[in-house]
Design a protein around this ligand. Structure first.
Ligand SMILES: Cc1cc2nc3c(=O)[nH]c(=O)nc-3n(C[C@H](O)[C@H](O)[C@H](O)COP(=O)(O)O)c2cc1C
Length: 405
């Protein structure tokens, strides 16, 4: 179950060369449990046949404003009333202009004016077409009205030229949908600011070497995504890594534990929750060599003196801030994690086996709260664990809200 499960979405495909990618998007959304309807514009029908989408969704595909009204369906009016979100992907320059002007002489235009569902626009076109003041003006109008614009990305375009205009990655479009649906959430995280740290910090020894760890960042990124799914505003403080951040997160890139500390300090001001999922270096080299340390030295042993880094979770303290920590331990898990929770004034700690969990796809964790209650969870993916952690965060916020009332 995710924020996508069972949600009703209309995907409108318009007539750009990227229309072929809409079939992949359709497949991904259906696999994610979305109840997806597809609409093809006249232009899109030049590129693709409805059967492709009918086969992928097992639902009729909509192409015609003039399709007959029946007892069960009043054409564009029913389509418009029956959806949680409208995605236009790819969105041609023509469709973007038509939506901005509010034209309604085709099915997409009529649905657009008749629906109160949020609109996600995914532009895809040639570089100059995208940068034309007319297109930029129309996108500005749509953005002002609350539409979410996803992409476009830079890269090789259909013409062979390099530039702006490639349709955003499917992952980003699905991410935008998650954010838009998440904003409809009503739980205690909706509208609140959550700060999440992720990945392994790097402490430089010299300009090319450093001390780091095997953290993949997956846990923190999963927490950030799960919080966006619940309507939270998320700041993701990310250590180096290739992972694509969830759509909608404000991303702050850091390298060292000291960077992370400064970034957390700056971000938590108005935050309700701080989740420290990053694997932060406990020690760093006392100084960084200004030039690469050479191998052809006289001594056979290279001594690198280390000093402790600041304990960020213990240091950051703001009244009302719920702090959530992770304890990756190699022995006496619950005992060490409970000690950490108390020392650092945490509301919740996620304890897991350091060797099993760091860099892995799954985790076997125990959640321990301020009352010392330990909930042992079965092995699950980090995405599933993120949901369980946020369930507990919501419960803690809810009881704090009730106590404050
Ligand atoms: C081969 C071909 C590729 C095209 N690719 C794009 C495109 O990527 N983006 C775009 O905005 N328009 C593109 N166009 C122009 C649109 O197809 C044209 O504006 C059409 O009216 C759009 O129809 P629609 O808005 O009903 O989908 C392309 C046209 C052709 C012939």
């Amino acid at each position: 179950m995710t924020v996508l499960t069972g949600r009703r979405v209309l995907l409108a495909v318009s007539g750009g060369i990227a229309a072929y990618k809409a079939a992949d998007l359709t497949s991904k959304l259906v696999q994610a449990g979305v109840r997806l309807d597809v609409l093809l514009t006249a232009g899109a029908e030049q590129f693709l046949r409805p059967l492709t989408f009918e086969a992928l969704t097992r639902r009729p595909v909509h192409t015609n404003l003039w399709e007959p009204w029946t007892e069960d369906s009043a054409g564009h009016v029913s389509l418009a009333a029956d959806i949680d979100a409208l995605i236009v992907a790819p969105a041609t320059a023509n469709v973007i202009a038509r939506l901005a002007l509010g034209l309604s002489d085709d099915l997409l235009g009529a649905v657009n004016l008749s629906t109160v569902a949020p609109l996600i626009i995914v532009p895809a076109m040639e570089h100059h077409m995208f940068h034309h003041p007319a297109t930029q003006g129309h996108l500005g109008t749509l953005r002002e009205r609350g539409a979410t614009i996803v992409g476009p990305e830079q890269g090789r375009l259909a013409s062979g030229a390099m530039g702006d205009g490639r349709m955003a990655a499917i992952e980003s479009i699905v991410g935008a949908l998650r954010q838009v649906l998440g904003r409809q959430a009503t739980g205690p995280l909706a509208g609140r600011h959550i700060v999440v740290s992720a990945g392994g910090t790097q402490e430089p020894i010299d300009p090319v070497r450093g001390i780091t760890n095997r953290s993949s960042g997956r846990m923190g990124y999963a927490i950030a995504q799960a919080a966006i799914d619940r309507g939270a505003r998320v700041t993701l403080i990310a250590a180096p890594g290739e992972r694509r951040p969830p759509f909608g997160a404000d991303v702050v890139r850091i390298t060292t534990a000291a960077d992370l500390h400064a970034a957390v300090e700056a971000a938590v001001d108005d935050a309700a929750v701080l989740v420290m999922a990053a694997a932060v270096a406990d020690f760093r080299p006392v100084g960084t060599a200004p030039a690469k340390i050479k191998k052809d030295r006289d001594d056979t042993v290279l001594n690198v003196a280390l000093e402790p880094t600041t304990d960020i979770l213990a240091t950051i303290d703001r009244p009302g801030l719920l702090k959530v920590g992770f304890a990756a331990e190699t022995e006496r898990l619950v005992e060490h994690a409970t000690g950490k929770l108390r020392r650092k004034g945490l509301g919740l700690i996620v304890a897991n086996d350091a060797v099993q969990t760091i860099g892995a796809e799954t985790s076997t964790a125990t959640l321990i709260d301020r009352d010392g209650l330990a909930e042992e969870l079965p092995t699950m993916t980090k995405e599933e664990l993120a949901v369980r952690v946020l369930d507990r965060v919501e419960a803690i916020l809810r009881s704090a809200d009730e106590a404050g009332r």
